[in-house]
Design a protein around this ligand. Sequence first.
Ligand code: PGA
Length: 250
Amino acid sequence: MRTQIVAGNWKMNCNLDESLHLLNELKLKDFSKAEVEVVIAPTFTNLYAVHQNLNDSSIKISSQNINENEEGAYTGEISPDMLKSVGVEYVIIGHSERRAIYNESDELLAKKATAALKHDLKIMFCIGEMLDQRKADKHFDVVKDQLEKGLFHLSASEMENVVIAYEPVWAIGTGETASPEQAQEIHEHIRNVLAKKYNQNIADQTSILYGGSVKPNNAKEIFAKKDVDGGLIGGASLDANSFAEIVMSF
Ligand code: PGA
């Protein structure tokens, strides 16, 4: 049985006080009823404090980015070891905002994936097509290409620490979501691509999350699809009640 995960990507929101406040609200929710791993991704400056304040909560911490180098003259960057040292368990790699705004290439993302795994950090690797690519019916090829270039240098055993997040770019922050059927068909495709590259076991074990305007009112029907193993939640993760409702949609 693969792990079901609901992860909140806080993006560049919440200062320290706001992050701790949101965490405290989440800690009041009883996530134990949902058989799902709950992950939150605060911004770099708040990772340590959030981790220190988890207490006995089962919530896990993710960073939103990572640098591919070990250490050295990379002003403004954060290394894998730094993340590990403050309690980070997951890293989001390849979010479409990093790809689009910061020009992160597939080649760079591949290096980031290797660097994260070397430090025992699990990866949430984001893929997804843009609107014009979907309109041109290229979405299946686009995600396959992103997987091949960003992840397929990894071994089968390394893939055990990789979660994939399918996030159609046209659905991120737009209020428009993929229909449950659209999500299912592309998640199934992703699983088939994994099976072909690695083996059926790896494909069956890999959690594939959907992201893009997941809200309390649409989470249940998306999560009900057989190849959707959870969600990567942006906007709705900034509100503890909405995020908890999404978690409870399982
Ligand atoms: P959204 O963001 O839920 O606000 O659409 C999702 C994401 O960017 O991961």
